[in-house]
Structures are given as C-alpha cells and as structure tokens.
Design a protein around this ligand. Structure first.
Ligand code: SF4
Length: 232
C-alpha cells in the first residue's frame, strides 16, 4: 500500500490535525490492518460505521491490486446497509466515539441512572432558550431530536415534534423520554452482558479463536501459493 495513499486518507488527516503530537505508524497503517482483518477471512459483507467507509474502500483497492498481480483470490468487501452507521454524539459534535470521552457516548453497559444523567446533559436546540419558545425538532435543529430518531418509536417522535413546535413540552421532559427510549434499547444487551461469567467469555473467545485460526491458516496458504512463496 503506497504511503502517499495512507497519508491522504481523510480519517488520518483529521486525527493528525486533532492530535499533532501523536502522529504515529498505527494511525496511518490502521486501514491496512483493517483490510488484513477482513481479507484474512475473505469477508464479503462488513458492518462498518459511516466514517469507516473510506477504510473499506482502501481494502477494496488492496484487493484489486492483489488480483492484478496474483489473480482473483479475494472478494471485494462491501459495506452492510446500516441505518445506524453514524449515531450522533451527546455533545452535538460528530458521532458517538469512545476516544472523545465518556460524556459523548452511551455505553451498552451503562445502567439506567447513568443513561439518565448523560442524556440530561446532552446538547439540544441552542435557539430554544426558554420553555415557552417553540423549538426546532429536526435532525439539524436539535441533537436530542436527532437521537430520538434512532431510539424512539415513530409515534413518540411525532408527538415530540408537535409538542416541541407548539412549546407544549420542554427539553427536560423530552430528554427524559429519550433516556427511557435508550434504556429500552440498551437494557436487554446490558442484562445479557451481566449474566455472562468470566468463564463464559473465555469459552466464547476460545471458540472464536479456533474458528478464526482455521480460516486464517487456509487463506495464508492460498496467498503463499498465489505469490509463489513457500515455507519449507
Ligand atoms: S423539546 Fe426536545 S426536540 Fe424540542 S428543542 Fe427541546 S430537546 Fe429538542
């Protein structure tokens, strides 16, 4: 993979700009590592967030380059159609991202009270300065409303939209409704997580490792044959 292409990658440029003192190999080489993770199992469909699409495109470019030199060994991976590819951050800036701090994200392990606290502080419509003023319940007008689109039922979204535009509901109540909707989504995942013991997790990892090892060894063997690299 030419270094120039990696350094032109938009996610690399964005991170390098944000953390100029921490520009290291891992940052630029990440898309190659991701391509290796996908291709070693000949992945065809990959579930990625919106910001990872550019990396997937690089994986496809690597496949095309490999095919041109050594023949069609790998399928070109495609993204899974995913409506939740980019859940907005609680702060209203970018997506929910663990690397941007705990205040921006809801964790799938967060208890109900923590979800409520976080949502209470979420950024909402900056133009709605008083409860008596109507708000702007759209994706771009209010971050909280945008989050309702991911977590609340269509009827709830409709009633919030009407209530907000007529100033019948305030942001405090609206955020409480959002916290309830998020809790409804997160609770079954959290409960499953809480039921797992360390031994269960260990067994799952071991099972995955054994499966992955067989698939990876098979691919490596095929790659060696394709490029004429044999180990004796
Ligand atoms: S009521 Fe809800 S949708 Fe309307 S401005 Fe407040 S937080 Fe946003």
């Amino acid at each position: 993979m030419p270094l120039g292409e990696l350094l032109r990658c938009p996610t690399f440029k964005e991170k390098a700009k944000k953390h100029p003192d921490h520009v290291h190999y891992g940052l630029s080489g990440y898309p190659v590592l991701m391509a290796a993770d996908i291709l070693i199992h000949k992945g065809e469909l990959v579930s990625v967030g919106e910001d990872q699409l550019v990396h997937l495109e690089m994986a496809r470019a690597i496949v095309r380059r490999f095919s041109a030199h050594y023949g069609p060994l790998f399928p070109e991976p495609k993204p899974v159609e995913n409506q939740s590819a980019r859940v907005p951050s609680l702060t209203g800036e970018g997506k929910m991202s663990k690397s941007d701090g705990k205040g921006t994200t809801i964790s799938l392990k967060d208890p109900k009270e923590v979800i409520e606290q976080k949502v209470k502080r979420a950024y909402s419509d900056p133009l709605r300065t008083h409860k008596v003023k109507p708000g702007h319940p759209t994706r771009t007008g209010c971050n909280v409303f945008h989050l309702h689109e991911y977590f609340s039922e269509p009827e709830e979204q409709q009633s919030i939209q009407t209530g907000c535009q007529t100033a019948e509901i305030g942001c405090v109540a609206c955020k409480q409704m959002l916290a309830t909707s998020i809790e409804r989504t997160v609770a079954p995942i959290r409960q499953t997580y809480e039921q797992l013991t360390d031994a269960d997790i260990h067994d799952l990892l071991l099972m995955g490792k054994e499966k992955a090892k067989v698939s990876a060894q098979q691919t490596i063997q095929e790659v060696r044959e394709a490029i004429g690299f044999y180990m004796y």
